[in-house]
Design a binder for this molecule. Sequence first.
Ligand SMILES: [Zn+2]
Ligand SMILES: [Zn+2]
Length: 126
Amino acid sequence: MGRHIVCPGCGEAEELMGSQSPEGIRIRCEKCETEWLRDAEPERCATCGGTEVVQRQRALTQFSRGSQLSIVGFTAVPLCRVCDAEMLAWAHAGRAVPFNYRPAALDPEAAKEREKQDGDDVIITP
Ligand SMILES: [Zn+2]
Ligand SMILES: [Zn+2]
């Protein structure tokens, strides 16, 4: 391989497992269970086209018995330093990216929608 690979979630460089998948080589971190595609990097932001895209952890949640939303794992989510700056600041404070957050790095429409919402009351639908 010759390429230095580290886990985008915890920085682990040793305990990484690679496997073939339809999208390419998939790497899994044995320590924090983050999975990502090796050949997906460097990523380009779908909104601004920049390469200032970093991976952050996103929580995988599910409703367990009762109605408690519990975190069942983490996956890597790409965030653009420019377009997802707010979410990046949030994640930088040690918090996981909310599972329903649509990164502008992947989806230009998500960025537009957030822009439209600026100034309006935020309506949170269940
Ligand atoms: Zn890891
Ligand atoms: Zn961007």
